[in-house]
Design a protein around this ligand. Structure first.
Ligand code: PFF
Length: 474
């Protein structure tokens, strides 16, 4: 049997894990969820969720991978025996990887399409000069119609989905070092560079301070239980937690590699990038006097004409969608890698065979999501009083159910089955530091206690309450 591949360096792992975390969740989802839920008020709750629940669970996921050197199903089997029911938690992760990628690659496809449209200068035609409200037409409305028109054509959606998907398959076929790591090392610096350029551009616009204020001065009246539900679900989604992606990436670490500091780094990069994306987007939105609560269409309807009408808008629009595409690719590979690693480890498939088989299966699973905007747009089911298409169902199922559920079981597993002592001992094996906030602030025993409380009580209880609330039981 060939030896399991490993990352070539610690930086390689951090960039790949940050590449997984930083994705559409940061650039497409975070700004519109924050926009719809009061900006800074949402940001505040979200930061608490990241720090108190996301970060400890991120440590545990990576640890389970590093200790077992296995995919999520194999990892639980390795620790708790081959016929333990815990392997179904791993299987839930493999199922979640199908669900997420089926809608994720559609948005990834839109990003590729919009990068090309930006390059062709299409967005200029969305800009209505001398706009006045009575006129009844606005630039984002024209852009929205363009988006709907394009999406009404199944072959357009499927075509770009295919292009996006093929790029992911190509990277995964090249292996851990030659594919996942190399792609992340190449793409993540470009992503950061583009983001900085967009932030600086945004900050120089007139009225940019209104965008900043929206993002940083909280309106507490906007906070309620559903804000919490959204923030928690999004914390899992944005850190790639609850479905074994970080576990799978952790399984390519060597036994002594540090996890604690790497987790801080990944969570830090992910959070900072989401906030910077918010700055880049809301400065543009506010400087043009538009509504920040535009929802999922914010990035595809509102932004293109607003960017196009700025000085140098052609280049900024292109850069923005390139950023979105890069973020989607480095996350997309980590989602598919979960299923591929499962076939390689458990069924002893070669990487090539596993990638092709899983690639085809996930590709097919994504087709109903692609058709949700055209042929299947009327095939909806009611959820929480709204009509959900296949696309909406996949998003809802993943973010609101599968990922938090995976996180719940991980917390229970580490807190009660494996035990906090063994978990912490294993975590600190590759690291001399302390779990919470580093040695300089808290000594190891205090930080271990905090970690234990968060994992054993806070995480499971909060996730459980969120479920009860979601299904209307409280
Ligand atoms: N973290 C990614 C994002 O923010 O877009 C999405 C994601 C990747 C979710 C990998 C789950 C996952 F396992």
């Amino acid at each position: 049997m060939s030896k399991r591949e490993q990352w070539s360096s610690k930086t390689g792992f951090i960039l790949a894990a940050a590449g997984s975390a930083v994705g559409l969740g940061n650039i497409w989802k975070f700004p519109y969820i924050a926009g719809e839920n009061g900006g800074a008020a949402f940001l505040f709750i979200y930061l608490i969720c990241i720090l108190a629940i996301g970060l400890p669970i991120l440590n545990i996921e990576i640890l389970l991978g590093r200790e077992t050197q296995k995919n999520p199903v194999g990892a639980f089997k390795a620790i708790h025996g081959g016929d333990s029911n815990w392997r179904y938690v791993g299987a839930l992760g493999v199922f979640a990887s199908f669900t997420i990628l089926s809608f994720y690659s559609i948005v990834g496809g839109w990003s590729v399409a919009y990068t090309l449209e930006a390059l062709m200068g299409t967005f200029d035609s969305f800009v209505i000069k001398n706009f006045s409200p009575e006129y009844g037409m606005s630039s984002p409305k024209v852009a929205g119609e363009f988006f709907d028109l394009k999406n009404s054509n199944p072959s357009w959606v499927l075509g770009y989905h295919t292009l996006f998907f093929l790029s992911i398959i190509g990277i995964i076929l090249s292996g851990v070092k030659g594919g996942l790591e190399k792609a992340s090392k190449f793409l993540m610096p470009i992503l950061l560079f583009i983001l900085f350029a967009l932030v600086i551009n945004g900050l120089m616009l007139p009225d940019s301070d209104k965008g900043i204020e929206f993002l940083f001065s909280p309106d507490w009246s906007k906070i309620n239980a559903s804000t919490f539900l959204l923030a928690l679900g999004h914390a899992f989604f944005t850190l790639s937690l609850g479905m074994g992606a970080m576990m799978t990436y952790g399984s390519y670490l060597s036994h002594n590699d540090d996890i604690v500091n790497a987790s801080y780094m990944v969570a830090f990069l992910d959070t900072v990038i989401a906030i910077l994306a918010g700055v880049a987007i809301f400065t543009v939105v506010f400087s043009s006097g538009y509504d920040p609560t535009a929802g999922p269409g914010l990035v595809f309807h509102v932004l293109p004409p607003l960017l196009a009408q700025l000085p140098g808008g052609y280049i900024f629009a292109f850069l923005f969608f390139l950023l979105l595409t890069i973020a989607a690719i480095t996350s997309g590979i980590s989602i598919l890698e979960v299923s591929v690693a499962y076939l390689v480890d458990e069924l002893k498939f070669s990487r090539k065979k596993a990638t092709i088989i899983m690639g085809i299966l996930v590709y097919l699973a994504a087709i109903p999501c692609a058709l949700s905007f055209n042929l299947l747009q009327d095939a909806t089911i009611p959820i929480q009083g709204k009509a959900f298409t296949f696309f909406d169902v996949a998003d809802f199922l993943a973010s609101n159910i599968l990922l938090p559920l995976g996180g719940f079981f991980l917390a229970i597993f580490a807190g009660y089955v494996w035990g906090i002592d063994s978990t912490v001992k294993a975590l600190l094996k590759g690291d001399s530091g302390s779990l919470y906030f580093g040695n300089s602030i808290l000594n190891s025993s205090t930080s271990k206690t905090i970690f234990g409380l968060l994992i054993k009580y806070l995480s499971p209880v909060l996730i459980f309450l969120v479920f009860l609330y979601q299904f209307g039981w409280i």
